[in-house]
Write a protein that binds this ligand. Sequence first.
Ligand SMILES: [Zn+2]
Length: 205
Amino acid sequence: MKAILSIFLFFTVIFHSFGQTEKIEVKVKLHSIEGYGQYEDLANQAIIQLEKAINSDEFRQGMIYGNFIKTNDLTNKELFYKIILAHEEQGPGGKDTVIDLRVRTLRINSDESRWKNKCKIGSNSGTIGIDGNGDGVTAICPQRLKKWKEENNVADLAGHYAHEYMHILGFGHYKFLSRDKWRQKTFVYKIGNLVSNLVRKEMKK
Ligand SMILES: [Zn+2]
C-alpha cells in the first residue's frame, strides 16, 4: 500500500510541480531532539527556515540548473522530485512529502568519544556531525552547535540538516582519498550549501 501511495505521489508531484499548476508544499517535521539542551530554539528556527528554503522558487531554480556529482544516476528533475517526495530510505521515516527529521548531539564524553577530536573546531577532518549510520537520527558535534548558537548561525544549521537528510534519502559523498574540493561538487554538499545560502539571504531581509 505504501509503495502504491509513493508511486501515486511521485506522479502527482511530476504533473503538478513542474507544470506549476499546483505547488506541492513540503513540510519539515522534527520527531525527536536529544542532547540539544539550551540550543533547542536554534534547532527549531533552523527547521522553520529549512522548510521555507526548500519550498522557495530559488531552491527549485538551483535544483534545475545545478551541476551535481554522486546523484545515484538521477537527473536534476528526478533529484528535485526525490526531495519533494521526501520518502526516507533510512530509519523509521514518516509520511511522504514530509521531511521527517530526528536529531541529537554526539555523545563525545561517553560512548562516542571516538568523535571527540574529529569534532574539534578547526580539526583536519572538519566533522560537523554524522548522518546516523542507517538509524535515521542525525547527530551533530556539540562544539559545532555551541559555536553556531554563539554566532546565531541558523543558516548553517539548516544547511547541515539538509545535508544529512540527503544521506537519509540514500545519497553519499564517498570516494577513496577524496578531497574537499571534490566533495563540494557532490549533490549532498551542494544541497546543504544551497539551503545555507538561501536561509542566510532570507534572514538578512
Ligand atoms: Zn555527509
